[in-house]
Design a protein around this ligand. Sequence first.
Ligand code: MTE
Length: 322
Amino acid sequence: MIIQHRPDLTENDVTPKSAYLNRRQLMLAAGGVALSGIAPAALATPPAAPPWLSTKVSNTAYRSITTDEGVTDLRDATSYNNFYEFGTGKSDPSSHAADFNPYPWEIEVGGLCDNPGTLDLESVLNGKRTEERIYRLRCVEAWSMVIPWIGIELATLLKPFQPTANARYVAFETVLRPNELRGQRSLFSFIDYPYVEGLRLDEAMHPLAFLAVGMYGEPLPNQSGAPIRLLMPWKYGFKSIKSISKITFVEQMPPTTWNLANANEYGFYANVNPQVDHPRWSQATERRIGPNGDIRRINTRLFNGYDEVASLYQGMDLRKQF
Ligand code: MTE
């Protein structure tokens, strides 16, 4: 991982969007097929992000954490998704993105804290410097991407709420809007809604824990978790909960969606670990969906290569607390 602390960077130093729009994507736009193998259909247009958000995201001039690995094409990162609220297929989130209107948005923050409250999205970002971070995203299904996100550290949102001494965990909830999110009205869903996730408080306060409001220089598209989603780059992707509407400081380990669905297969910690296989498949390697749609099998790294988090788990048996 390359850490750049360069407050002198200008807007032009942030990865220009044109860099992600390569020849292959132009071909796709001209009628090719996406990674999912589904020909792009004429889709309805999702509601546009408010101008203040587009401006804030595109004016992001600071890039703090990056990588020299090739960045996944925008097209693949936004057409091959997991977002069960839109359906279980990889192309369902992009196909049904227009059903959802994330503007305006509010996040309610409460539980064990001295300063609970509800913030609109503008207040979440107000006075905070957004930054670009290029993170690896490793899904528990053994595929991975490299994506340039734009947002803020999770800790900068959480700290002003002043968690109390007995707050040991943070619980997150995705918005519940069955009228807009067809997966939430499905009678055959094998996860319950709202989608819930959780972190230990020290994990949540780690500088790598990130809240994204944009990617590839634009506000997040709906299929990627608009208007605000978590990114925990050292954990399997299911911890990176999308479209967050509620955050609660709690004392006990909170329930999490995939653990509730199958506790044998999906643990609370979900740290990327090549030595702890999923009961139904190996986690030793992953399918990297890289630039130009290039797919390679690469070795999976402990904590997805983010070694600086190791001290959070000192003394724990990572096989048992998986
Ligand atoms: N958040 C919600 N609310 N619903 C979901 O189904 N899927 C998770 C995570 N966040 C999911 C979610 C999973 S399994 C993964 S791998 C990542 O989102 C995928 O993020 P991406 O689609 O942006 O690649």
